[in-house]
Design a protein around this ligand. Structure first.
Ligand code: F9T
Length: 254
């Protein structure tokens, strides 16, 4: 049991295809106690149904674009749990028109929206998680994609947001290290999620990657969950500011 009695907060579970669902499953299997957030009432019902798979976790609302919702979320965690051992950031958004076409046509609003939700939210969440983690230390992870390191056609504004997210994780690893809080990046290969369906040409990439990865297959939510459980566990206690590609090796190919 890698995560026995660890208290872990997971943001970004929308449905059974979510990467966050695979992470919740792996953490639950390893003995963690879970808290899950949902974006708003529209998602509450579906998340409640999925929560049944994880021994009735804490269910809390959180829309990271609303500044007051983040301190409120951690006030609730403090009331229910007192402390927190792990934080999983699996949240991102960009307008659909900014996930296709020419990157030079990206609007200021679209660029800032993607940065706000997909990158800045990690810093905001880490700031409020710190007081609950600094006593016993903690582990924070976020989800990126290769398109944040290299140009991937159509990923556009989300690629720039992921570059910002990955570098934010390294600066957070630096500033939170003295409090025993680690911050790492998980970079999965393409997975068929609700979000992925919003990207032009996604299905083509999925097939192309499947044929060109060293392991000759795509990665699953459960496999991303297992590496996430490792990064949230004491087995990775000397790892911080790191990016682990969970992509069947596709990032090593040109
Ligand atoms: C062209 C790149 C193909 C591989 C993309 C892999 C991937 C799939 C999903 C990813 O997560 C999101 C999350 C939100 C997002 O913004 C969306 C999603 C649906 C609708 C919409 O209006 N915005 C886009 C991607 C992601 O960051 C990366």
């Amino acid at each position: 049991m890698l995560l026995k009695d660890k208290k872990i907060l997971i943001l970004g579970l929308a449905n059974h295809r979510s990467i966050a669902y695979g992470i919740a499953k792996a953490c639950h299997q390893q003995g963690a106690k879970l808290a899950l957030t949902y974006l708003n009432e529209r998602f509450e019902k579906s998340v409640k149904k999925l929560a049944a798979d994880f021994d009735e976790p804490l269910l809390l609302p959180c829309d990271v674009t609303k500044d007051d919702q983040i301190p409120t979320l951690f006030d609730r965690i403090r009331e229910e749990w007192g402390t927190l051992d792990g934080l999983v950031h699996s949240i991102a958004f960009a307008n659909q028109e900014d996930l296709k076409g020419a990157f030079h046509d990206t609007s200021r609003d679209g660029f800032l929206l993607a940065q706000d939700i997909s990158a800045y939210s990690l810093t905001a969440l880490s700031k409020y998680a710190k007081p609950l983690m600094e006593e016993n230390g903690g582990s924070i992870i976020c989800m990126s994609y290769l398109g944040g390191e290299r140009v991937v056609h159509n990923y556009n504004v989300m690629g720039v947001a992921k570059a910002s997210l990955e570098m934010s994780a390294r600066y957070l690893a630096s500033s939170l290290g003295e409090f025993g809080i680690r911050v790492n990046v998980v970079s999965p290969g393409p997975i068929k999620t609700l979000a992925a369906s919003g990207i032009a040409g996604f299905r083509g990439i999925l097939e192309e990657v499947r044929q060109r990865t060293p392991l000759q297959r795509n990665v699953t939510q459960e496999e991303v969950g297992d590496v996430s459980a490792f990064l949230l566990s004491d087995f990775s206690r000397a790892v911080t500011g790191e990016t682990i590609h969970v992509d069947c090796g596709s990032h090593i190919l040109g």
